[in-house]
Design a protein around this ligand. Structure first.
Ligand code: GRG
Length: 307
Protein backbone atom coordinates (compact mmCIF):
# COMPACT_ATOMS: atom_id res chain seq x y z
CA UNK A 1 0.00 0.00 0.00
CA UNK A 2 1.38 3.45 -0.89
CA UNK A 3 1.97 5.88 1.99
CA UNK A 4 -0.81 8.12 0.58
CA UNK A 5 -3.36 5.29 0.80
CA UNK A 6 -2.15 4.21 4.24
CA UNK A 7 -2.65 7.68 5.74
CA UNK A 8 -6.14 8.00 4.28
CA UNK A 9 -7.14 4.61 5.67
CA UNK A 10 -5.96 5.59 9.15
CA UNK A 11 -7.82 8.90 8.92
CA UNK A 12 -11.08 7.25 7.93
CA UNK A 13 -11.13 4.77 10.78
CA UNK A 14 -10.86 7.46 13.48
CA UNK A 15 -14.27 8.57 14.74
CA UNK A 16 -14.94 12.28 14.30
CA UNK A 17 -14.32 13.28 17.93
CA UNK A 18 -10.96 11.45 17.99
CA UNK A 19 -10.08 12.98 14.61
CA UNK A 20 -10.89 16.49 15.86
CA UNK A 21 -8.97 15.91 19.10
CA UNK A 22 -5.84 14.72 17.26
CA UNK A 23 -5.91 17.54 14.69
CA UNK A 24 -6.57 20.14 17.40
CA UNK A 25 -3.56 18.90 19.41
CA UNK A 26 -1.33 19.24 16.32
CA UNK A 27 -2.67 22.73 15.65
CA UNK A 28 -2.24 23.88 19.26
CA UNK A 29 1.41 22.77 19.24
CA UNK A 30 2.04 24.48 15.88
CA UNK A 31 0.34 27.70 17.02
CA UNK A 32 2.54 27.84 20.15
CA UNK A 33 5.67 27.92 18.03
CA UNK A 34 4.22 30.13 15.30
CA UNK A 35 4.69 33.37 17.28
CA UNK A 36 7.56 34.65 19.48
CA UNK A 37 7.80 33.41 23.12
CA UNK A 38 6.09 35.56 25.75
CA UNK A 39 9.38 36.79 27.26
CA UNK A 40 10.78 38.28 24.04
CA UNK A 41 11.16 42.05 24.30
CA UNK A 42 8.88 43.97 24.28
CA UNK A 43 7.20 41.29 26.37
CA UNK A 44 3.79 43.02 26.54
CA UNK A 45 3.06 42.57 22.85
CA UNK A 46 4.16 38.93 22.82
CA UNK A 47 2.16 38.19 25.96
CA UNK A 48 -0.89 39.84 24.36
CA UNK A 49 -0.46 37.89 21.11
CA UNK A 50 -0.18 34.58 22.98
CA UNK A 51 -3.02 35.48 25.36
CA UNK A 52 -5.53 35.69 22.50
CA UNK A 53 -4.05 33.13 20.14
CA UNK A 54 -3.65 30.38 22.73
CA UNK A 55 -6.97 30.96 24.51
CA UNK A 56 -8.63 27.90 23.01
CA UNK A 57 -11.29 28.32 20.36
CA UNK A 58 -12.67 25.57 18.20
CA UNK A 59 -9.81 25.81 15.67
CA UNK A 60 -12.37 25.06 13.00
CA UNK A 61 -10.52 26.94 10.26
CA UNK A 62 -7.13 25.18 10.64
CA UNK A 63 -8.91 21.83 11.04
CA UNK A 64 -10.64 22.49 7.71
CA UNK A 65 -7.25 23.21 6.09
CA UNK A 66 -5.90 19.86 7.28
CA UNK A 67 -9.09 18.00 6.33
CA UNK A 68 -9.12 19.55 2.83
CA UNK A 69 -5.50 18.50 2.25
CA UNK A 70 -6.31 14.99 3.47
CA UNK A 71 -9.35 14.85 1.17
CA UNK A 72 -7.01 15.67 -1.72
CA UNK A 73 -4.77 12.76 -0.73
CA UNK A 74 -1.79 14.47 0.94
CA UNK A 75 0.47 11.92 2.61
CA UNK A 76 1.97 14.17 5.28
CA UNK A 77 -0.65 16.64 6.44
CA UNK A 78 1.85 18.34 8.81
CA UNK A 79 2.98 20.19 5.65
CA UNK A 80 -0.31 22.08 5.84
CA UNK A 81 0.31 23.44 9.35
CA UNK A 82 1.89 26.80 8.32
CA UNK A 83 -1.12 27.60 6.11
CA UNK A 84 -3.56 26.31 8.74
CA UNK A 85 -1.90 28.43 11.45
CA UNK A 86 -1.77 31.49 9.18
CA UNK A 87 -5.56 31.42 8.86
CA UNK A 88 -6.01 31.01 12.62
CA UNK A 89 -3.71 34.02 13.21
CA UNK A 90 -5.79 36.14 10.82
CA UNK A 91 -8.99 34.93 12.49
CA UNK A 92 -7.62 35.79 15.95
CA UNK A 93 -6.56 39.26 14.77
CA UNK A 94 -10.09 39.85 13.48
CA UNK A 95 -11.58 38.78 16.82
CA UNK A 96 -9.28 41.11 18.80
CA UNK A 97 -10.13 44.07 16.56
CA UNK A 98 -13.83 43.19 16.45
CA UNK A 99 -13.97 43.31 20.27
CA UNK A 100 -12.47 46.83 20.51
CA UNK A 101 -14.63 49.66 21.87
CA UNK A 102 -14.66 51.29 18.41
CA UNK A 103 -16.15 48.09 16.91
CA UNK A 104 -18.33 45.64 18.85
CA UNK A 105 -17.07 46.79 22.27
CA UNK A 106 -17.01 43.39 23.92
CA UNK A 107 -15.41 42.27 27.15
CA UNK A 108 -15.59 38.48 26.81
CA UNK A 109 -13.96 36.29 24.15
CA UNK A 110 -13.03 32.62 24.21
CA UNK A 111 -14.18 32.57 27.82
CA UNK A 112 -11.72 35.27 28.93
CA UNK A 113 -11.64 39.08 29.21
CA UNK A 114 -10.95 40.55 25.76
CA UNK A 115 -7.45 41.69 24.79
CA UNK A 116 -8.07 45.42 25.28
CA UNK A 117 -9.55 44.76 28.75
CA UNK A 118 -6.30 43.09 29.81
CA UNK A 119 -3.64 44.94 27.80
CA UNK A 120 -5.31 48.22 26.89
CA UNK A 121 -6.54 49.37 23.49
CA UNK A 122 -3.15 50.33 22.05
CA UNK A 123 -1.55 46.95 22.67
CA UNK A 124 -4.72 45.12 21.54
CA UNK A 125 -4.66 46.96 18.19
CA UNK A 126 -0.97 46.15 17.80
CA UNK A 127 -1.43 42.48 18.80
CA UNK A 128 -4.00 42.19 15.99
CA UNK A 129 -1.66 43.93 13.55
CA UNK A 130 1.23 41.65 14.54
CA UNK A 131 -0.89 38.50 14.11
CA UNK A 132 -2.02 39.58 10.63
CA UNK A 133 1.54 40.36 9.60
CA UNK A 134 2.95 37.13 11.04
CA UNK A 135 0.35 35.15 9.10
CA UNK A 136 1.99 36.23 5.84
CA UNK A 137 5.41 35.36 7.28
CA UNK A 138 4.14 31.82 7.94
CA UNK A 139 2.77 31.48 4.41
CA UNK A 140 6.20 32.40 3.07
CA UNK A 141 7.65 29.23 4.71
CA UNK A 142 5.41 26.83 2.76
CA UNK A 143 6.95 24.32 0.37
CA UNK A 144 4.55 23.82 -2.46
CA UNK A 145 4.20 21.07 -5.02
CA UNK A 146 4.38 22.11 -8.68
CA UNK A 147 0.80 23.06 -9.57
CA UNK A 148 0.40 26.18 -7.40
CA UNK A 149 2.79 29.09 -6.88
CA UNK A 150 3.34 30.55 -3.41
CA UNK A 151 2.37 33.95 -4.84
CA UNK A 152 -1.11 32.57 -5.56
CA UNK A 153 -1.60 31.43 -1.94
CA UNK A 154 -0.45 34.82 -0.69
CA UNK A 155 -2.72 36.67 -3.11
CA UNK A 156 -5.76 34.56 -2.16
CA UNK A 157 -5.05 35.13 1.53
CA UNK A 158 -4.67 38.90 1.06
CA UNK A 159 -7.93 39.03 -0.92
CA UNK A 160 -9.86 36.99 1.66
CA UNK A 161 -8.61 39.17 4.55
CA UNK A 162 -8.89 42.46 2.67
CA UNK A 163 -11.48 45.09 1.79
CA UNK A 164 -13.31 42.82 -0.68
CA UNK A 165 -14.06 40.09 1.87
CA UNK A 166 -13.34 40.04 5.63
CA UNK A 167 -13.09 43.82 5.97
CA UNK A 168 -15.96 44.39 3.51
CA UNK A 169 -18.16 42.20 5.73
CA UNK A 170 -17.10 44.03 8.88
CA UNK A 171 -17.77 47.45 7.33
CA UNK A 172 -21.18 46.37 6.00
CA UNK A 173 -21.94 44.90 9.44
CA UNK A 174 -21.03 48.17 11.19
CA UNK A 175 -23.10 50.17 8.71
CA UNK A 176 -26.13 47.88 9.01
CA UNK A 177 -26.38 48.33 12.78
CA UNK A 178 -29.71 49.76 13.89
CA UNK A 179 -31.09 49.69 10.31
CA UNK A 180 -33.60 47.24 8.86
CA UNK A 181 -31.44 44.96 6.72
CA UNK A 182 -32.83 42.75 3.95
CA UNK A 183 -31.92 39.10 3.54
CA UNK A 184 -29.64 40.15 0.66
CA UNK A 185 -27.77 42.54 3.02
CA UNK A 186 -27.34 39.83 5.65
CA UNK A 187 -26.17 37.31 3.05
CA UNK A 188 -23.65 39.87 1.72
CA UNK A 189 -22.26 40.35 5.24
CA UNK A 190 -22.13 36.64 6.10
CA UNK A 191 -20.41 35.66 2.85
CA UNK A 192 -17.69 38.21 3.47
CA UNK A 193 -17.30 38.44 7.25
CA UNK A 194 -17.44 34.70 7.88
CA UNK A 195 -17.49 32.53 4.73
CA UNK A 196 -14.34 34.08 3.22
CA UNK A 197 -12.35 32.80 6.21
CA UNK A 198 -13.89 29.33 5.79
CA UNK A 199 -13.25 29.12 2.05
CA UNK A 200 -9.65 30.28 2.53
CA UNK A 201 -8.31 27.43 4.73
CA UNK A 202 -10.03 24.83 2.53
CA UNK A 203 -8.43 26.26 -0.61
CA UNK A 204 -5.01 26.73 1.02
CA UNK A 205 -5.07 23.14 2.33
CA UNK A 206 -6.08 21.88 -1.11
CA UNK A 207 -3.34 23.83 -2.89
CA UNK A 208 -0.66 22.58 -0.49
CA UNK A 209 -1.96 19.08 -1.28
CA UNK A 210 -1.60 19.73 -5.03
CA UNK A 211 -5.35 19.44 -5.60
CA UNK A 212 -6.68 19.16 -9.13
CA UNK A 213 -8.58 22.24 -10.37
CA UNK A 214 -11.86 20.28 -9.99
CA UNK A 215 -11.05 19.41 -6.35
CA UNK A 216 -10.07 23.02 -5.60
CA UNK A 217 -13.33 24.32 -7.10
CA UNK A 218 -15.41 21.78 -5.18
CA UNK A 219 -13.73 22.70 -1.88
CA UNK A 220 -14.29 26.42 -2.51
CA UNK A 221 -18.01 25.84 -3.16
CA UNK A 222 -18.25 23.62 -0.10
CA UNK A 223 -16.59 26.38 1.96
CA UNK A 224 -18.95 29.11 0.77
CA UNK A 225 -22.07 27.14 1.72
CA UNK A 226 -20.51 25.88 4.96
CA UNK A 227 -19.25 29.35 5.89
CA UNK A 228 -22.67 30.98 5.52
CA UNK A 229 -24.28 28.05 7.39
CA UNK A 230 -21.70 28.51 10.17
CA UNK A 231 -22.63 32.18 10.57
CA UNK A 232 -26.39 31.45 10.48
CA UNK A 233 -25.79 28.95 13.31
CA UNK A 234 -23.71 31.57 15.14
CA UNK A 235 -26.63 34.02 14.81
CA UNK A 236 -29.02 31.39 16.20
CA UNK A 237 -26.74 30.55 19.14
CA UNK A 238 -26.46 34.24 20.02
CA UNK A 239 -30.21 34.16 20.64
CA UNK A 240 -30.58 30.71 22.21
CA UNK A 241 -27.43 30.14 24.32
CA UNK A 242 -25.84 31.78 27.38
CA UNK A 243 -22.59 33.80 27.45
CA UNK A 244 -21.15 31.14 29.76
CA UNK A 245 -21.80 28.41 27.20
CA UNK A 246 -20.52 30.46 24.25
CA UNK A 247 -17.49 31.99 25.98
CA UNK A 248 -18.52 35.35 24.47
CA UNK A 249 -21.34 37.78 25.18
CA UNK A 250 -24.66 36.26 24.11
CA UNK A 251 -27.72 38.28 23.12
CA UNK A 252 -25.60 41.12 21.76
CA UNK A 253 -26.85 40.90 18.19
CA UNK A 254 -30.42 41.61 19.20
CA UNK A 255 -29.42 44.34 21.65
CA UNK A 256 -27.25 46.07 19.02
CA UNK A 257 -29.88 45.52 16.27
CA UNK A 258 -27.32 43.56 14.22
CA UNK A 259 -27.92 42.18 10.73
CA UNK A 260 -28.60 38.51 11.49
CA UNK A 261 -30.70 35.71 9.98
CA UNK A 262 -33.01 35.37 13.04
CA UNK A 263 -33.63 39.15 12.96
CA UNK A 264 -34.66 39.01 9.31
CA UNK A 265 -36.38 35.62 8.86
CA UNK A 266 -36.92 34.37 12.44
CA UNK A 267 -35.41 31.43 14.35
CA UNK A 268 -37.20 28.50 12.74
CA UNK A 269 -36.54 29.67 9.18
CA UNK A 270 -32.90 30.31 10.16
CA UNK A 271 -32.55 26.73 11.39
CA UNK A 272 -34.03 25.47 8.12
CA UNK A 273 -31.66 27.70 6.14
CA UNK A 274 -28.61 26.41 8.07
CA UNK A 275 -29.70 22.83 7.29
CA UNK A 276 -30.30 23.70 3.60
CA UNK A 277 -26.86 25.30 3.29
CA UNK A 278 -25.25 22.28 4.95
CA UNK A 279 -26.93 20.01 2.38
CA UNK A 280 -25.67 22.35 -0.35
CA UNK A 281 -22.18 22.05 1.10
CA UNK A 282 -22.43 18.23 0.97
CA UNK A 283 -23.54 18.33 -2.66
CA UNK A 284 -20.57 20.52 -3.60
CA UNK A 285 -18.20 17.76 -2.45
CA UNK A 286 -19.53 15.17 -4.93
CA UNK A 287 -16.40 15.39 -7.15
CA UNK A 288 -14.30 14.21 -4.17
CA UNK A 289 -16.27 10.98 -3.75
CA UNK A 290 -15.49 9.05 -0.53
CA UNK A 291 -12.55 11.38 0.14
CA UNK A 292 -15.07 14.10 1.04
CA UNK A 293 -16.61 12.04 3.86
CA UNK A 294 -14.58 13.61 6.68
CA UNK A 295 -15.49 17.12 5.57
CA UNK A 296 -19.15 16.14 5.42
CA UNK A 297 -18.90 14.81 8.98
CA UNK A 298 -17.33 18.12 10.09
CA UNK A 299 -20.12 20.12 8.39
CA UNK A 300 -22.76 18.00 10.18
CA UNK A 301 -20.96 18.49 13.48
CA UNK A 302 -20.89 22.28 12.99
CA UNK A 303 -24.59 22.31 12.12
CA UNK A 304 -25.36 20.59 15.43
CA UNK A 305 -23.01 22.66 17.59
CA UNK A 306 -24.31 24.44 20.69
CA UNK A 307 -21.32 26.68 21.45
C1 GRG B 1 -12.14 43.42 12.61
C2 GRG B 1 -11.49 43.06 10.19
C3 GRG B 1 -12.31 42.68 11.34
C4 GRG B 1 -13.20 41.68 11.18
C5 GRG B 1 -14.01 41.16 12.27
C6 GRG B 1 -14.37 38.07 13.28
C7 GRG B 1 -15.22 39.22 12.96
C8 GRG B 1 -14.90 40.08 11.78
C9 GRG B 1 -16.22 39.55 13.79
C10 GRG B 1 -16.49 38.78 15.05
C11 GRG B 1 -17.92 38.52 15.20
C12 GRG B 1 -18.40 37.48 14.27
C13 GRG B 1 -19.78 36.95 14.51
C14 GRG B 1 -17.67 37.07 13.27
C15 GRG B 1 -18.07 36.10 12.27
C16 GRG B 1 -17.13 34.98 12.28
C17 GRG B 1 -17.28 34.18 13.54
C18 GRG B 1 -18.50 33.37 13.72
C19 GRG B 1 -16.31 34.23 14.41
C20 GRG B 1 -16.22 33.35 15.58
O1 GRG B 1 -15.62 32.19 15.08
P1 GRG B 1 -15.54 30.87 15.93
O2 GRG B 1 -16.90 30.53 16.46
O3 GRG B 1 -14.64 31.33 17.14
O4 GRG B 1 -14.85 29.83 15.11
P2 GRG B 1 -13.47 30.53 17.90
O5 GRG B 1 -13.25 31.35 19.16
O6 GRG B 1 -13.98 29.14 18.19
O7 GRG B 1 -12.29 30.54 17.02
Amino acid sequence: MSSRKAVNTINRVDGLSLYLKKRKALIEAALKSSVPPAGVRPATIHRAIRYSLLAGGKRMRPILALAAAEACGIADYSQVLPAACAVELIHTYSLIHDDLPCMDDDDLRRGRPTSHKVYGEGVAVLAGDALLTRAFGLLATINLPKRYALARLIEETATAAGSLHLIAGQVADLEAEGKKPTLTDVRFIHERKTAAMVVLPLRLGAMVADATPAQLKALGEFGLALGVAFQVIDDILDVTESSEKLGKSAGKDLAAAKATYPAVIGLEASRAEAARLTRKAHAALKPLGKNGDRLIQIAEYLLGRTS
